[in-house]
Write a protein that binds this ligand. Sequence first.
Ligand SMILES: CC(=O)NCCCCNC(=N)N
Length: 215
Amino acid sequence: MSVPDDIEVRVVGSGDGQAMMQFLLEHYYREEPLTVGCSPPEPDEADKEFLLSNIPHGACLIALQGGTRIVGALVAGPKDAHEADHLTEELVKHAGTKWGRILSLLTRIERQTNVCQRYGIPSAMHVHAVGVDPTLRRRGVAALLVKAVEELARSQGHRLVVSDCSSSYSARLMERLGYELIHTIRYDEFLDESGQQIIRPPAPHDCIKTFVTLL
Ligand SMILES: CC(=O)NCCCCNC(=N)N
């Protein structure tokens, strides 16, 4: 599995936000289990804005083929011990919407994992999204993006990279990269007050797993 040699990774600048989002809409959101596990199938505007809001932190990446075609993207941003409170504010703002339902799961995970407290660190780099063009999968492009964000995290002074892998494919990627599994929630355990399953992704995506690596 060698990455094609015409693939390069670049940090997403403010001018590339729309191109990155166009790629995510075509090759990420259409398969991301939390997105496809809630109706309607499209991501809320607030979800897209949340991912785009990470660009100024300088840790969002795109993989380019031949210097022009985006074939992969990774959205990451720093967080501190107050992240669960920040997510809760966003959750309250979007209560009752699709993004609110997704945030209720991500907020529960954040409260239960709280890696800054668990590892005694002031901050961590959180990988929010990873997507690769279907025609270039299983060629190491996602691994290239994750290794690049690890370097960026180091250069920005973070000691840990963490990601909530909503798909069995991203979970397998992180396992293969030697990340440690620290938390799992089964989608059939994430129920609303009337006992209904809130997020119902297609097989084989039966759980969301949180992986970490110390840098
Ligand atoms: C690594 C990765 O892609 N994790 C998915 C987390 C859920 C983000 N989903 C939406 N923003 N819709």
